[in-house]
Ligand binder design. Structure first.
Ligand SMILES: [Mn+2]
Length: 339
């Protein structure tokens, strides 16, 4: 990791023109890294542009992040072929959500913490043991000698907070806490960030959660909890796709549940790799495991998805909810957390 970190820090320091991007349906880690990298490289004098394939899918709890409004969205920028593409928090090139952009890139720098990262960059820094890409980025910026501004600190802290499950997942190590402590010492207001991310829940999201819990099914002797949200649930709650962020955690928290699955119907036209709208709902499945001994990445991989051992997801192309449920039960019932 140290050699790769040095190589990436060195390369980033020399870049004059960059296009920074993250994965579709970006979470706090993806967005925090997007902004922090942009701020840092801009500060060093680089011509930097932030790009989001689907800015509309940014969850409300992250929209306050200062600088996010500068990100461009939609079609690849016309000058993309003259910019080094810096991908943060992307497990593979498809997750960027714009193949043209990837094709146009003269050079790709890939910074990530997904263990199944396909190493699609010319330069790859993949640290699967890091709580978040933000934690890796903190060390890159330190190595580059970048002075952390308040905005960079806030962005990095948000990424670490969200991806480490508020510092509670097993991926949160002593290093994670040290980095957080350093950011707080540098002036990050952790209470303000906590309130913005977790205590400004739109009423529609709470209504969506209510429907999720009402329709929930439990299988495999209580070890698997499945929540299904159809388009009618979104409509009745007055909610959009971006309000599903974090809902699955409510299922994992149930006593005895080892695997939680949120199955939700994507809205028509949602920007998702492999999305073929044919009048039937396209389901997205978010998987969470309560133990690192129970690997949900394996379950996601069986359907061309991916992620982490304890947090993964896949898109079920052309499948009904019954077929998805059968696949989940077939994957979870035989597996046991022996720990
Ligand atoms: Mn991440």
């Amino acid at each position: 990791m140290n050699k790769a970190l040095e190589a990436v820090a060195d390369a980033l320091g020399k870049e004059k023109r960059v296009l920074i991007t993250c994965h579709v349906k970006p979470d706090g880690d993806a967005l925090g890294c997007l902004i922090a990298t942009h701020r840092a490289l801009s500060l060093l004098g680089a011509d930097s542009v932030m790009y989001l394939a689907d800015a509309g899918s940014v969850a409300p709890e992250y929209r306050w992040l200062p600088g996010l409004e500068q990100a461009v969205s939609g079609e690849a920028p016309a000058d993309a072929a003259s910019r080094t593409l810096v991908a943060v928090d992307c497990g593979n090139a498809e997750r960027i959500g714009n193949d043209e952009l990837v094709k146009a890139a003269p050079r790709i720098i890939n910074i990530d913490h997904h263990s199944d990262n396909s190493r699609f960059g010319d330069l790859n820094l993949v640290a699967a043991n890091a709580s978040s890409t933000a934690e890796i980025l903190y060390f890159i910026l330190r190595k580059m000698g970048v002075e952390l501004t308040a905005e960079m600190g806030e962005a990095l802290y948000t990424g670490i907070l969200v991806d480490s499950g508020r510092f509670q997942y097993s991926s949160a190590t002593a290093t994670t806490f040290r980095v957080a402590a350093d950011l707080i010492a540098a002036g990050v207001d952790h209470t303000a960030i906590f309130r913005r991310v977790y205590e400004t829940v739109p009423l529609a999201k709470t209504k969506l959660l209510c429907r999720l819990l009402t329709n929930m099914t439990v299988a495999c002797d209580g070890r698997l909890a499945i929540g299904i949200l159809d388009r009618s649930d979104f409509e009745m709650a007055g909610a959009t796709d971006s309000l599903t962020e974090g809902l699955v955690d409510n299922l994992r928290a149930i006593d005895g549940v080892q695997v939680a699955a949120l199955v939700y119907a994507r809205s028509a036209g949602a920007n998702e790799p492999g999305h073929k709208e044919q009048g039937q709902p396209l389901y997205r499945v978010s998987l969470r495991s309560s133990s690192d001994k129970l690997d949900v990445q394996r379950i996601a991989k069986g359907k061309d998805g991916g992620g982490h051992r304890q947090a993964s997801g896949f898109t079920a192309e052309g499948e009904t909810t019954d077929e998805i449920i059968a696949y989940l039960i077939g994957s979870v019932c035989p597996a046991r957390d022996k720990g």
